[in-house]
Design a binder for this molecule. Structure first.
Ligand code: ZN
Length: 297
């Protein structure tokens, strides 16, 4: 008699626990996060609590510096629960877009509180995701925005953040090993735009580029000629095209300087799904391995 009653009680408890919370979640529409570009969207999807759907405005292999949002993008934005941007002028079109779309929710800035590289006449270099230690700060800012938006899911958000940060740290140690195996004097690379300054200072690689932090303006003939001279004078070991840029200029610089193209670096966007840089961690691993291989050769 007692046994039967206890069994029934347990079953009832189990049924309540198993059915009610998921059923409530299932009825609610998925929460929508919109990130400005693919790399940020991937980080956010890794960090988001279950049921939160993250999409990107600028897609894979696309240049966020010069993106032109469509009316359809504006409609998507208006329906978002949270918007994530890089900041530091990387996606200069976003502020106007938010205003025009009528979106009134929070806009979280992934680079919030991180001290940027500055130099020349530029304000700040926005490409902070190219250093895994700074990606850790991105993760902190994204998770904080999630916790503010969905405070009742804080435990899950904290757990996912800790897991992701552990993966960032592990890859950071590997990248240091791979590049550490290349003599420092050989770590000289040319890319198409100056997107790898943070990578360079974190892992000890000198990057030169005909185009500055943004891709808005065409590189000058003088900058191109200077690079070709530098290849010969400074012994630049490798030259890389970027997935978001026309490869022809860099290929020409390589030809005229007598250096071969070492492959493709993923600078400001992921590859398409199934490609070599379909996630942020894959992107970073691909770039670091490609650099180490080309510089060692
Ligand atoms: Zn860029």
């Amino acid at each position: 008699m007692t046994l039967t009653r206890r069994k029934t009680l347990c079953l009832a408890g189990a049924t309540l626990a198993a059915l009610h919370p998921p059923a409530l979640w299932a009825q609610a529409p998925a929460a929508r996060v919109i990130a400005s570009f693919s790399i940020l969207a991937d980080m956010a999807q890794e960090l988001a609590p279950a049921g939160v759907q993250v999409t990107s405005l600028v897609g894979p292999d696309s240049d966020a510096h010069v993106y032109q949002p469509s009316p359809a993008d504006g409609k998507r934005l208006a329906q978002a629960d949270l918007v994530l941007i890089n900041g530091l002028g990387f996606e200069g079109w976003i502020e106007r877009m938010v205003k025009v779309s009528g979106y009134r929710g929070p806009v979280a800035v992934a680079t919030q509180g991180i001290q940027p590289r500055t130099g020349g006449h530029h304000d700040a270099d926005p490409h902070m995701w190219q250093d895994l230690a700074l990606a850790r700060r991105y993760a902190g800012n994204i998770s904080a925005a999630f916790a503010q938006r969905w405070p009742h899911r804080r435990d899950e958000i904290d757990r996912r953040s800790a897991e992701y940060v552990a993966r960032l740290d592990q890859l950071d140690a590997q990248v240091r090993d791979w590049l550490g195996a290349v003599p420092r004097a050989q770590r000289r690379v040319i890319t198409s735009h100056d997107a790898f300054g943070y990578f360079g200072s974190a892992y000890g690689v000198d990057f030169l580029a005909p185009q500055a932090w943004s891709t808005h303006s065409e590189p000058s003939a003088a900058a191109v000629a200077r690079l070709i001279r530098q290849i010969k004078k400074d012994g630049v070991r490798a030259i890389f095209v970027e997935n978001i840029s026309d490869p022809r200029l860099v290929e020409r610089i390589g030809r005229e300087g007598g250096v071969r193209v070492g492959g493709t670096l993923y600078s400001d966007a992921l590859s398409k799904p199934g490609g070599p840089a379909a996630t942020y961690l894959q992107l970073f691993e691909h770039n670091a391995r490609s650099l180490a291989a080309a510089l060692q050769a």
